[in-house]
Design a protein around this ligand. Structure first.
Ligand code: ADP
Ligand code: MG
Ligand code: MG
Length: 905
């Protein structure tokens, strides 16, 4: 039949051994990552079980049409299924020699474990006999059948997996054996019977009328029914809640869809020369070039990651009798894959009776430390260039390295040890369920999620927790993989931990320690240590690989990176992280603590002399602050923003005063004292505004109270003069906030220049202090040519600019409608986190017009967006000179700026 869009692509070999693969690795958007790379592996001659891939677009068409099949799609699938049967020389469901297949999800972006896969499809009460006859291995055949019913029931029909696990446990107990591998063919046959009953009892006839036979729901015996239901289930898994949440977390679009791979089965559960495993071509935790991974003998599929049995390290595979050859071949394939993809890969494989089969590969997820190490090593090995090395590391991921660690000087007793699955340290209250983790986080309490092993349903809790601690599972277990992806610290496989999730406690064997819910624990995912109680955490420094990559990044980037800091410690820290100056020093942060009293006196007192004294006190204090800041940033620019927030922010809350007055009256306090309080409250009330963020703030304060900018500029100039005399090279700049008309700037610039001239005269030194403005109101951006005539620099305050462009209150974005806008895709992302394209247009316009007014104008960005990699790419296009961000984001911004420059080259 004629098709405008190809819906299905074959991969693997035909009956004569010719490669008939139709796809390749570049087709991820069509075939999904798994399908595209199965095709690629087949194309480069690796052993891949044959199959075909149904496209992601088909999934979306199906989903968008309310789960109905696009015309012709089922026919095409039938053609490819018949073709696969011809290639394999076997038919699905055949009673003599059946072909079994897996039905595997696989989206364009890797979403590990988020969606569904069904194995051993095609087994029924007839074909099981064929499988037994062909393999002469009844145990294997019955094991495959029970696995199929179990997975199909869970994944396709949505039955609780525990129903089946409990039946297996009961069978093991009845037979007195510890492992599922000790169950006999007869035991498994019995389990198949039980599983079918569980199926009949739990699937509702009303939901699946077509499965009703003789008045009862029956496990579907028709392989074609099995296949169609499984494909539909994989399509449906694209929109299951955990996949949806994962996409939101990882900024993956909702309209990509998943492909479905139908692939002939190979069997790792055929005895002791069969095995299954997962591996990485290098260590994904630290990047060392070594074989890394786990395998299980006589097992299938998910057994390795599910932590059901204890796995063995991959390096030992080639020493196991009957697996030597496959083990060696696998090591060769590691190299083949690395050379081909020019990156670290992760793989899934199965060995069937000594023969190796490749089931999956993709560029492997890794920790930030590993990403840096691998990029640097591969550059040294000549596999990639320096530019590629810089592009390889995800800037956002560096955050992991800038995470806290256990203080080396801290003393603590190690309570237990596990695997160092994801680096960084965390301290928090122990919680034993994902729901409790979410509740703790919402209540503002830090927690560590303690689980036997995590599963995809725990995702929300894993995000909410500071760190994750499990008693089971290896370094490729669910908890480990997800934690590394999120950059959350994780210690897993702590065997001494006996967790009772019901009772919300864990007993540590060999000790009398019981960890109960709410007890504080500390974990170090870098070393695998668990401690009872809180350990002091410290922040790491830039050394080794991180420093190397950032130096390389600096060679490529064209954007400067400065920091937002208001105290000498933060300034020094940001400088050690490579900041090239301070892009924003918020002076209001210097007015907190005991200083608050002084500014309150200034605002509230009517007596001129008292006010003047207050201003003088502030001058003294500020001069000291600035002295420290300029000294810490000696030789580098420090942009000081004059007082910006609404004055009432420095005053007590009228509501709190109201409560206090009521309390005073109730307790019979002195009438005069009450009256005084009441007067204060009325005074404060008189400063209240309906919309304080649009009110008396920014330069408006300076116009109404000129004494304030005079005091601040005087403090800046005085601190500068003092440092100059001491032989330093201070470089302060004065920034006037919230300008919307040029006259505001003109006027305040005049005030500042006059003040600087006075200090120069007093101190006998020349003081060159550039004066500029923030561009944070749309009017300023569109009249930037006028404004620039009075400005030496612009700094785009993108927080306020976003707020005033959208008319969204940024203090309320977490409230009702913005989350709804995101859920309904009215906004693609939160514009306060990543700069909106519309707001960015104002920035670009401001830069362009600004240069018309003043060709030498310096332009920077000092909003929250300055530390966001996606925004940095946009700012690069806007033509600003630098971005400024919080100290800990300086390294991230350096790397992101290099990538932005390389992209625009
Ligand atoms: P996920 O995306 O969750 O990793 P997969 O589709 O990779 O799911 O399937 C999970 C596991 O199932 C694989 O790692 C592999 O062990 C097993 N599996 C999938 N397809 C086959 C197959 N054709 N033959 C044997 N095992 C398979
Ligand atoms: Mg897989
Ligand atoms: Mg602002």
């Amino acid at each position: 039949m004629a098709e405008t869009v190809k819906r299905v692509y074959a991969f693997g070999k035909d009956a004569d051994g010719n490669n008939v693969t139709e796809g390749n690795t570049s087709m991820k958007m069509v075939l999904g990552g798994k399908g595209a790379n199965l095709a690629e592996m087949a194309n480069i001659g690796l052993p891949v079980p044959p199959g075909f891939t149904i496209t992601c677009q088909t999934c979306m068409e199906y989903a968008n049409a309310d789960n109905t099949w696009p015309e012709g799609a089922l026919d095409t699938i039938r053609e490819y299924r018949e073709d696969l049967e011809a290639r394999m020389g076997k038919r699905i469901g055949d009673a003599e020699d059946p072909l079994l297949v897996s039905v595997r999800s696989g989206a364009p972006m890797s979403m590990p474990g988020m969606m569904d896969t069904v194995l051993n499809l095609g087994l029924n009460d007839q074909s099981i006999n064929g499988l037994i006859a062909q393999t002469e291995n009844p145990r294997f055949a019955w094991d495959s059948y029970r696995r199929f019913i179990q997975m199909f029931s869970n994944v396709v029909m949505g039955l609780d997996g525990d129903l089946f696990e409990n039946a297996i446990t009961a069978m093991k107990n009845a037979r007195g054996v510890a492992s599922d591998t000790d169950l006999t063919a007869e035991d498994l046959q019995e389990l198949v019977r039980e599983f079918k009953d569980i199926f009949s009892e739990n699937v509702l006839a009303a939901d699946y009328p077509s499965l009703v036979v003789d008045g009862e729901v029956q496990f579907p015996q028709d392989p074609m029914v099995q296949l169609q239901l499984a494909i539909e289930a994989v399509f449906g898994s694209w929109n299951n809640p955990r996949a949806t949440l994962y996409r939101k977390q990882n900024k993956i679009a909702d309209d990509l869809g998943t492909a479905v791979n139908v692939q002939s089965m190979v069997f790792g559960n055929k005895g002791n020369t069969s095995a299954t495993g997962v591996a990485f071509t290098r260590n994904p935790a630290n990047g060392e070039a070594e074989f890394y991974g786990d395998y299980l003998v006589n097992a299938q599929g998910e057994d390795v990651v599910a932590g059901i049995r204890n796995t063995s390290p991959i390096a030992e595979l080639k020493e196991v009798e009957g697996l030597e050859e496959a083990g060696l071949e696998l090591e060769g394939i590691f190299t083949t894959l690395e050379n081909h993809f020019r990156d670290m890969c992760d793989i899934e494989f199965t060995i069937e009776q000594g023969k190796l089969w490749m089931l999956q590969t993709r560029v492997g997820k890794r920790t930030a430390a590993a990403a840096l190490h691998i990029a640097i090593e591969m550059e040294k090995e000549g596999l990639i260039t320096k530019e590629e090395a810089v592009k390889r590391v995800d800037p956002e991921q560096l955050d992991q390295l800038l995470h806290p660690q256990f203080d080396k000087n801290a003393t603590y007793d190690v309570l237990a040890r596990g695997l160092n699955a994801s680096p960084g340290a965390a301290v928090g209250e122990a919680v034993f369920s994902a729901a409790d983790a979410v509740a703790a986080a919402e209540a503002g309490r830090k927690c560590v999620l303690v689980r036997w092993e995590t599963n995809p349903d725990d995702l929300a809790g894993m995000i909410a927790a500071e760190g994750i601690l499990t008693s089971h599972g290896g370094k490729t277990s669910h908890a480990a993989v997800i934690a590394r992806g999120m950059g959350a610290p994780c210690v897993c496989g702590v065997e001494s931990l006996k967790i009772d999730a019901e009772k919300k406690q864990a007993v540590v064997s060999g000790t009398d320690v019981v960890i109960s819910e709410g007890d504080v624990v500390s974990i170090d995912g870098t070393s695998g240590i668990v401690v009872l109680g809180a350990v002091d955490l410290v922040m790491p420094e830039l050394t080794g690989d991180l420093d190397t990559i950032l130096e390389w990044a600096d060679e490529f980037r064209t954007l400067g990176v400065r920091a937002n800091a208001d105290n000498p410690e933060d300034a020094a820290l940001s400088r050690s992280f490579g900041a090239q100056g301070i892009g924003l020093c918020r002076t209001e942060h210097m007015f907190l603590g005991d200083r608050k009293q002084i500014i309150q006196t200034f605002i509230l007192n009517e007596d001129e002399a008292v006010r003047e004294k207050a201003v003088n006190d502030l001058f003294e204090a500020q001069t000291g602050d600035f002295y420290g800041m300029f000294k810490a940033m000696d030789g580098l620019p420090v942009i000081v923003r004059l007082l910006d927030p609404p004055l009432h922010e420095f005053l007590e809350s009228p509501r709190a005063l109201d409560v206090e007055i009521a309390r005073m009256e109730a307790t019979g306090a002195d009438a005069a004292a009450v009256a005084e309080k009441r007067e204060l409250m009325e005074k404060i009330d008189s400063f209240a505004e309906q919309n304080p963020m649009l009110g008396m703030r920014g330069c408006r304060l300076g116009i109404v109270y000129p004494i304030l900018p005079v005091m601040q500029v005087r403090a800046i100039a005085t601190a500068m003069a003092k440092l100059k005399k001491e032989g330093f090279d201070p470089k302060p700049e004065v920034m006037i906030p919230l300008v919307s008309v040029k006259a505001e700037l003109e006027k305040l610039r005049g005030v500042a220049e006059k003040t600087i001239a006075e200090v120069e005269a007093e101190q006998g030194v020349t003081l060159e202090i550039p004066i500029g403005t923030m561009i944070e109101l749309p009017r300023a951006a569109v009249t930037a040519d006028d404004i620039a005539k009075h400005a030496d620099f612009f700094s785009f305050g993108t927080n306020d600019l976003t707020q005033t462009t959208f008319g969204f209150s940024r203090d309320d974005v977490e409230g009702e409608f913005v989350p709804q806008y995101l859920a309904q895709h009215i906004l693609p992302y939160n514009p306060f986190a990543t700069i909106d394209r519309g707001v960015a247009k104002l920035v670009a316009m401001g830069v362009k017009l600004g240069h018309e007014g003043n060709p030498d104008l310096m332009c920077g960005v000092c909003g929250e967006h300055g530390g966001d990699p996606d925004s940095i790419h946009i700012f690069q296009e806007c033509g600003v000179n630098y971005v400024s961000c919080s100290p800990y984001r300086v390294p991230i911004a350096r790397l992101a700026a290099a990538q932005a420059a390389l992209e625009n080259k």
